[in-house]
Design a protein around this ligand. Sequence first.
Ligand SMILES: C[S@@+](CC[C@H](N)C(=O)[O-])C[C@H]1O[C@@H](n2cnc3c(N)ncnc32)[C@H](O)[C@@H]1O
Length: 266
Amino acid sequence: MADPVLAPERHRDLAPAIAQAFDLFSAPLPSEGIDVERGYLDLLGGQDPTGTHPAQRLMVSRALPLIYQRFWRPLGGRLLMGLTGPGTAAEHRMALSMLSIEPGDRVLDVACGPGNFSRDFACAASDGLVVGIDASASMLDVAVRDTPSENVAYIRGDAGALPFRDGSFDAVCCFAALYLIEEPMRALAEIVRVLAPGGRVALLSSCERGPLPAGAANAIVHGLSGVRIFDRDELVRALIDDGLVEVQQQVMGLAQFLSGRKPEAA
Ligand SMILES: C[S@@+](CC[C@H](N)C(=O)[O-])C[C@H]1O[C@@H](n2cnc3c(N)ncnc32)[C@H](O)[C@@H]1O
């Protein structure tokens, strides 16, 4: 194990889960000026990596996080997956099933928003650790407010530059976010990098279904809103190219669920 990034005597000032998350960091943090005032660790300060398109700006607005879990996310799920697609509860069951979280596991929820999935993972991991990372301060304010579990640490950081050492997590989830992230393929590579040998990944993103030719729908929708539409095979190929095995894809409406596993170390 690498040296702790924060002097052990300062750990007592922090929520225990944030202190545990520190020990997974790949680079030391400054010993002064670490901002945990709002209940999450803020690694971004004045930086905002989320992009300038309307859908991206909504995620960092003050208003959307307040209605996100109750109204926006269920409605968005229906629009993406259709009326016959999974509802909120079924989607949560799918995430848990794809990740096969066991007690004691370390779980990363990338672009965790208001922690709506992180809290499920916290129950499944019991005495393990769940880290939710997101770039939106207003989403994380809601996440902190709504999460009583002591085994969850929230971090404000960029999905494209995860602060963790290689192989830190047994399971990594990224739901409803790759299509909003400015550099999704960089985030995907980071997700695979921080996954431990034998670890599982679960993704929910958008999927091209026609009738427009591949690429055309994305050019229009992304240009107008900032939401990216992935080609049907694009994310599957990226996961396989990054070395994952048992990659599975389920397409539902305009959405796709993907799961995969990092091979055990040779
Ligand atoms: C639609 S929410 C998804 C929340 C949750 N995972 C869910 O399934 O409901 C998308 C999230 O992606 C976050 N996000 C966008 N770009 C990001 C980036 N570069 N790094 C970290 N989070 C990012 C936004 O702040 C937002 O909270």
